[in-house]
Design a protein around this ligand. Structure first.
Ligand code: FAD
Length: 358
C-alpha cells in the first residue's frame, strides 16, 4: 500500500484531521478542486459560538475552546445579539436561553448597533462569548502542518473509483491511482457519494444550501465592533466582515451536492427580513454566494469507523458547525484512528458514531 491513510476532502474536516494524522503514518489528502477550502469551508460565516447548536455540537464546540484560544491569531472577539420584533417573544426566549444571552434595553441595543430601528425592535439580548474565526489562516495552517509532517496533498484530483483490496483500497483520482490502508471520508456534501463508490452504505447526508450577501457598511458606520446579529428564531443574520456586512437569509434548502450559488429570491426575502429591523435600506450588494451545510438524518456529525467496512472512516455531517467543532472533532477522529483514548465521554462518542445508523 502507498499510504497508511488517504483522506478525501480538502475542507476544514479533512485538513484539521490531516494535520494531526500525518504524524502517525504516511498520509495523502485528495481534493477535487484546484484550491483547498473551495466549498463549504470557503463560504462560512466564520463564527465560534460555543453555545450554538444541538447538545452534541455544544459539547464538541466547548471541548474545542482551549485549542482555539491556544492558536495565535485565529479568534477575534465578536459577540452576538438577538433582535426580535413584535410577536416574536417565544422565538426570542428560545434564542436567549440557547445562547446564554442577557436581555438589554432597546436604547442599549441601538447604542451598540446604531442602525437598529427602535420602532421595529421590541426586544434585544446580547452575549460576549462569540468570536470570529480566521478560517483562511486556520485552513492554511492545517495544510502547512500536514505537509511539514510529511503528508501529501493532491488537488484537481476527482475521486471517481474506490475499489476494496486486501487490507485497504485502490483509489482512482484524476489520472492517478493510489492505494491506502485506511480511507477517510471527509467529502462534505459528497460524503454519501464517496461511500457509494466504496460499496459502503450511505448515511443519508443532506446538503442544505445557505446563502449570503456582502453589503457596504450601512450609513458608512464603522461596523468592526458590532456583534453578529440574529433575527429571533434565526430568520436572518448579519455579521461584520472586513469593513462590510454579510447578511444571510439563514436559508436551509435541500439541494444535490453541487457548487452552490445563491437563489436571488431567497436572498431578497432574507434581506427584507433584515431591513425590517434596521433604518438603513440595502441599496447595493457587493457580492453574494451560497454554500452547503451538510447534515446527517439526526443533525449530529458522524465520526468513526464504518461497522461493515472498518477500513472506511466517516468524518462528515458537520452541518453549520464544521469550523467551531473542528479541533475536538479532528482530535476524536485522530484518537479513534490511532486507537488512543479520548477525553470525550463514552455516550458522546457513541452518539457521534456511524453505528447509530445501522
Ligand atoms: C453559509 C455558511 C455559513 C456557515 N457558518 C459557519 C460558522 O459560522 N461556523 C462554523 O463552525 N461553521 C459554519 N458553517 C459550516 C462549515 O462551513 C462546514 O461545516 C464545514 O466547512 C464543512 O467542512 P468539510 O470539510 O466537511 O466540507 P467541505 O469544505 O465542503 O469540503 C469537502 C471537500 O471534499 C471535496 N470532495 C468531494 N467529493 C470529492 C471527490 N469525489 N474527489 C475529491 N474531492 C472531493 C470537495 O471538493 C470539498 O472541497 C457554515 C456553512 C455555510 C455554507
Amino acid at each position: 500500500m502507498d499510504f497508511d491513510y488517504i483522506i478525501i476532502g480538502g475542507g476544514i474536516a479533512g485538513l484539521s484531521l490531516g494535520a494531526k494524522l500525518a504524524g502517525a503514518g504516511s498520509l495523502l489528502l485528495i481534493e477535487r478542486e484546484t484550491n483547498l477550502g473551495y466549498h463549504a469551508s470557503g463560504r462560512s460565516a466564520a463564527l465560534y459560538e460555543p453555545n450554538y447548536g444541538p447538545p452534541e455540537i455544544v459539547a464538541l464546540s466547548s471541548e474545542s475552546s482551549d485549542a482555539f484560544h491556544a492558536m495565535a491569531g485565529i479568534l477575534t472577539p465578536r459577540g452576538v445579539m438577538s433582535v426580535a420584533g413584535e410577536g416574536q417573544d417565544a422565538l426570542f426566549g428560545q434564542d436567549v436561553d440557547a445562547m446564554d444571552m442577557q436581555e438589554i434595553s432597546i436604547d442599549e441595543a441601538c447604542h451598540i448597533v446604531p442602525i437598529l430601528n427602535p420602532k421595529a425592535v421590541w426586544r434585544a439580548a446580547r452575549a460576549d462569548h462569540a468570536w470570529d474565526i480566521d478560517t483562511d489562516l486556520l485552513l492554511q495552517g492545517h495544510a502547512a502542518t500536514l505537509r511539514a509532517l510529511g503528508g501529501q496533498v493532491v488537488t484537481k484530483a476527482n475521486v471517481t473509483a474506490i475499489t476494496p483490496q486486501l487490507g485497504g483500497w485502490t483509489i482512482q483520482a484524476g489520472d492517478q491511482t493510489y492505494s491506502g490502508k485506511m480511507l477517510i471520508n471527509a467529502a462534505g456534501a459528497w460524503a454519501d457519494q464517496i461511500a457509494t463508490l466504496a460499496g459502503v452504505n450511505p448515511i443519508g447526508i443532506q446538503p442544505l444550501r445557505r446563502s449570503m450577501a456582502r453589503i457596504p457598511a450601512p450609513g458608512n458606520h464603522d461596523v468592526s465592533g458590532w456583534p453578529m446579529m440574529f433575527g429571533a428564531g434565526e430568520t436572518w443574520y448579519a455579521k461584520p466582515d472586513a469593513g462590510a456586512l454579510i447578511v444571510s437569509p439563514a436559508d436551509a434548502d435541500l439541494v444535490e451536492p453541487q457548487d452552490a450559488w445563491a437563489d436571488d429570491m431567497v436572498l431578497a426575502e432574507g434581506i427584507a427580513r433584515y431591513e425590517a429591523m434596521v433604518t438603513s435600506p440595502v441599496t447595493q450588494l457587493l457580492a453574494n454566494w451560497a454554500g452547503l451545510r451538510s447534515f446527517t438524518p439526526d443533525h449530529v456529525p458522524v465520526i468513526g469507523h464504518d461497522l461493515m467496512q472498518p477500513n472506511f472512516f466517516w468524518l462528515a455531517g458537520q452541518g453549520g458547525y464544521g469550523f467551531q467543532t473542528s479541533p475536538a472533532a479532528s482530535e476524536l477522529a485522530f484518537n479513534l484512528l490511532t486507537w488512543q483514548p479520548s477525553n470525550l465521554s463514552r455516550p458522546l462518542i457513541m452518539k457521534l458514531s456511524p453505528l447509530r445508523f445501522l
